[in-house]
Design a protein around this ligand. Structure first.
Ligand SMILES: [Zn+2]
Length: 200
């Protein structure tokens, strides 16, 4: 299971903090609710494309000794199962869907350069998720008058702040900003017998 690393800062600052397993060690298991601290259990690596970073980051894992399941601490600047950072995706969605820029212009607003299809994929996922986002974000920020759910969701994300909204959605209501990939349970946990979802 993935939970959020309560950290917002640069990729470099994140890496520097990772050395200390005590700092963000979960005090209890979020899966079986055992009331004892989890054991540090190494790292996994994943790719990340941020506005000024394109490479591999490490994600710390902890193990629950009671249920033998692992918990990964995902930094707040990434979205589960997506290679691009929250900032890159936000810049692109705002440019394309909020400001009405062309796809090409929107891609240029969200550096580094990326394939056309990736932007289309985010738009498709965001449109499908917009109504659920409006409902979920209503307890965090006031819904603004808007012509449709896409614009309303974007204005709510802009007024709450994307990182704050992501922290709330993922941490409190287990909602993915762009929707969980198919094959996962509604709260983002891996469903039984499902194949790993494709990344983009
Ligand atoms: Zn457990």
């Amino acid at each position: 299971m993935q939970i959020l690393h309560p950290f917002a800062g640069s990729v470099e600052q994140y890496h520097a903090l990772l050395a200390d397993p005590e700092r963000y060690r979960p005090g209890h298991c979020p899966q079986c609710l055992a009331k004892h601290p989890l054991t540090a259990h190494g790292f996994y690596t994943r790719t990340l494309i941020d506005t000024a970073f394109d490479g591999i980051i490490r994600v710390r894992r902890y193990l629950c000794q009671a249920c033998r399941r692992t918990v990964s601490l995902l930094p707040e600047f990434v979205l589960p199962y997506l290679r691009s950072s929250l900032a890159v995706i936000a810049l692109f969605l705002v440019a394309r869907l909020f400001r009405g820029q062309t796809l090409l212009h929107a891609i240029r607003s969200a550096p580094p350069p990326m394939p056309y299809q990736r932007g289309q994929f985010w738009i498709r996922r965001f449109r499908a998720q917009a109504e659920a986002l409006c409902a979920a974000l209503a307890s965090l920020t006031q819904p603004a008058p808007a012509p449709d759910f896409v614009h309303r969701a974007l204005s709510m994300l802009e007024s709450a702040g994307w990182t704050v909204a992501h922290r709330f959605l993922f941490g409190a209501v287990r909602c993915h900003l762009l929707g969980w990939p198919r094959g996962l349970a509604p709260d983002g946990r891996r469903a039984a017998f499902s194949a790993p979802a494709a990344h983009s």
